[in-house]
Design a protein around this ligand. Structure first.
Ligand SMILES: *Cc1c(COP(=O)(O)O)cnc(C)c1O
Length: 759
């Protein structure tokens, strides 16, 4: 942010006097992980539903931060160790500071972007176009909330920024007024508000639209077209905005989506590679370093590989390298020569891409977490390519932003006090549990649920600290269960007796367990008539404690069986009442799965268990779940392409005989990868160049053939093939072979590499 003195900030917040009024502050933080320049930072300790920023104050003092906005002096903090501005609500203070700062930006045109879809794209598009004529700033990433907006506003430099593009997103009623008051836009742009999304904390689409239009109240220029969503929508909207505020700027005719993709892949010699193929500037470096910091473990040192011709400030780069504790820096570009003595020992600077590519090979890296950042096809990208362990043609791509989107979508749907148990069993429904767990931990899930102890153990080893419940704990290793704080599901008296004995042996008290009741699924669980004996057993021991009481619905996704579901729900309610009489009220209650949350929200109790919908699979086709984003995409490429005349037989057993002259592609994915063999001979389709193409012949173990005639004569070797994902819904693949999306997702074999990315 533009530097201010601590005295000025304190005066704005009504907290004078302070001990060090002259301290210069140039960074406002709400997340301890974004710390880069401790002495000149001020930390706002925000309290959210799931976390309390005051927890991090001591750690921030240790890191050198000397200014805090808090609602109380944190326990154990020495009041002389820093300036503590004590306020009623630190979030309110952050907004107040941002408002005051906004008032100073009189020569900046502030453009607010609200609406539903495409906000981020429109924001990026406007910023890019405006930057070509005058200095412009924008909200980073999707900082659009009550926290993101003030942080974005504080980044406006009134002296240099001619334009500021600020994104405004809301998830609940009444929020927009708060954002509008802060932003006080000169121009308000509303992207379209779409039908089919009115469940997000709003009673109706009209109500949501009305709420979004609050952003435009009293604003001199409003651009809120009602043309409907289409490929060209974002581009058209940008052009309209630009014509209104800065006539004469060339809008690029098409605005391609701007993707910064952070891919994570395993690499040679025990390295883990994060590659960010995008222009390399300081603004995008920090989020990438942040992403990297969250993946650090003791087993790997951290290496930053940068390739750029952009103008880097050596000072800031040194500070980032320092604060993110980078062990080795590799710079490609003369620009990095300046101040090279400040880089960590073992760092390398190359003047040119050529020099770098001639000197570095994969063997120069070992047990490192490597962030490679640079333009596509540049030296960093090419080194990254050398580091990827095997060249995988078939990958399961996992979009972490989509997970966050889906999680937040449900969060906005349920009561603010209801916790979400994120189901990451079966290796995260096939997507891989660790990366998902990291992401969900950071976004405030209440619990993770895994199927077996091993999965939980693995998450702990990888640094997941949040509560984990284990659903099928045939526990053979109680040492590991207790040591890893894994909370088992208990579904029988035998199990309960066993864990009590094991806890007793070790002198463990109050170990949290989750008591499962069978209310109609008829799989596992105590029955209602077990309650007196169960109550007695729990009362008599102090080794374990019922952390929650839960049950599972058998028919939540079957509208024709709603009577059955309601019977289960009612029985569960009675069970909870009776259990409260037995052991008191100190347990959490939960019964809803994804379909239950969407269809029976009035039964959400203290927690809900979110599974399939977290992965963006719409199993219901109702508005509540129609806005989910696809998380997993299974893709491969064409490795061979041949023209065959009509009547040619294809594959094992000659089961497909062409009934037309056809272009047949071979794709390296077979049933050993999880491509179900029942999809053979035209039963299944894949997407090639946006076209549905039938599988030809029998699916082989490691490959299949696809009739790509319909994809056009331009189809070429190397073209991507989507098996399922955004274009080919996993539910369609499941339907084709008479199974459910769950089975298709969890059948992708472990040999298929998972690639995680954020947009
Ligand atoms: C798998 C599972 C869920 C999640 O179900 P979805 O239909 O994927 O939402 C919830 N609860 C239990 C006990 C489960 O085993």
């Amino acid at each position: 942010m533009t530097p201010k003195t601590l005295g000025e900030i304190a005066a704005t917040l009504g907290c004078v006097p302070v001990k060090h009024p002259d301290r210069v502050i140039d960074s406002a933080l709400t997340d301890s992980r974004s710390l880069t320049s401790p002495e000149s930072s001020i930390f706002f300790a925000l309290t959210t539903d799931t976390d309390d920023g005051h927890r991090f104050v001591m750690q921030m003092i240790e890191a050198g931060v000397r200014a805090f906005v808090v609602n109380r002096l944190p326990e154990g903090a020495d009041p002389d160790s820093a300036d503590f501005l004590i306020v009623r609500d630190p979030l309110e203070s952050l907004m107040k500071l941002a408002s005051a700062h906004r008032a100073l930006c009189t020569s900046t045109t502030v453009i607010a972007v609200g609406g539903s879809r495409g906000k981020t794209l429109v924001k990026e598009g406007l910023h890019r176009a405006l930057s070509t004529v005058a200095p412009s700033t924008r909200s980073p990433r999707s900082w659009n909330s009550r926290v993101g907006v003030p942080l974005s506003l504080l980044r406006i430099d009134p002296a240099t920024h001619r334009y500021a593009v600020i994104e405004a997103g809301i998830s609940r009623r009444g929020e927009m007024q708060t954002l509008a008051d802060m932003i006080r836009p000169d121009v308000a742009v509303i992207t379209n508000v779409l039908p089919g999304e009115h469940d997000e904390g709003f009673a109706s689409l009209e109500e949501k639209r009305a709420e979004k239009m609050v952003l435009t109240k009293g604003v001199p220029k409003v651009i809120a077209p009602d043309y409907c969503t289409s490929e060209s929508f974002n581009g058209r909207l940008c052009a309209e905005v630009l014509a209104a505020i800065a006539p004469g700027i060339d809008t690029p005719p098409v605005m391609p989506p701007i993707r910064t993709r952070l891919d994570v892949t395993e690499a040679v010699n025990g390295c883990l590679l994060i590659s960010d193929r995008f222009t390399c500037d300081l603004q995008s470096l920090e989020p990438a370093l942040d992403f990297m910091a969250r993946r650090r473990t003791a087993q790997r040192t951290a290496t930053l590989l940068l390739d750029t011709s952009a103008d880097f400030s050596a000072d800031i780069l040194h500070r980032l390298i320092d604060s993110y504790k980078i062990d080795r820096f590799i710079g490609i570009g003369k620009i990095f020569r300046e101040g090279a003595e400040h880089y960590p020992a073992g760092s390398l600077i190359f003047d040119s891409a050529e020099e770098c590519l001639n000197s570095l090979s994969a063997a120069d890296f070992s047990s490192e977490l490597i962030l490679a950042k640079g333009e596509p096809g540049g030296a960093a990208d090419m080194i990254a390519e050398r580091l990827r362990s095997r060249h995988h043609e078939t990958v399961l791509e996992v979009n972490l932003d989509a997970i966050i989107h889906n999680f937040n979508h449900f969060k906005a749907m349920i009561h603010s006090g209801t916790g979400i148990v994120a189901m990451v069993k079966a290796s995260g429904y096939g997507a891989g549990s660790y990366e998902l767990a990291k992401t969900l931990q950071a976004h405030g899930a209440a619990y993770l649920a895994v199927a077996v102890v091993d999965e939980g153990e693995e998450l702990r080893r990888a640094g997941i600290t949040m509560p984990i419940m284990v659903l099928n704990p045939k526990v053979t290793n109680y040492n590991s269960l207790f040591a890893n704080r894994l909370e088992p599901e208990i579904f029988s008296f035998d199990m309960l007796g066993e864990i009590i004995r094991e806890a007793e042996k070790r002198g463990i008290k109050d170990y949290p367990v989750h008591i499962k009741f069978d209310t109609g699924m008829h799989r596992l669980g105590f029955l209602r008539e077990d309650i007196p004996a169960l109550g007695e057993m729990l009362r008599r021991t102090d080794t374990v404690k019922a952390r929650s009481i839960f049950s599972h619905l058998a028919t939540a996704d079957c509208p024709d069986l709603d009577d059955y579901t309601l019977g289960q729900l009612q029985l569960f309610d009675d069970i909870c009442t009776e259990m409260t009489a037995e052991i008191g009220p100190g347990f959490l209650r939960h019964i809803l799965n994804s379909a239950g949350i969407a269809r029976f929200p009035q039964w959400q109790y203290d927690m809900v268990r979110l599974g399939i919908s977290l992965y963006g699979v719409d199993i219901l086709g109702i508005p509540a779940t129609s806005e989910l984003r696809t998380v997993s995409t299974l893709r491969s490429i064409i490795i061979s392409l041949k023209k065959w005349p009509k009547d040619t037989p294809i594959g094992y057993g000659l089961r497909t005989v062409l009934d037309h002259d056809a272009l047949i592609a071979t794709v390296p994915i077979g049933y050993a990868d999880g491509l179900n063999r029942r999809l053979s001979n035209g039963t299944g389709h894949v997407m090639v160049r946006g076209t549905r193409c039938p599988i030809a012949g029998n699916v082989c173990m490691d490959a299949c053939m696809v009739d790509v005639t319909a994809a056009g004569a331009d189809t070429a070797v190397g073209d991507p093939v989507e098996i399922f994902g955004e274009q080919m819904p996993v539910s369609e693949v499941a339907d084709a072979i008479g199974t459910i999306p769950y089975e298709v997702l969890t059948s992708v074999s472990p040999r298929v590499k998972r690639v995680y990315y954020r947009e």
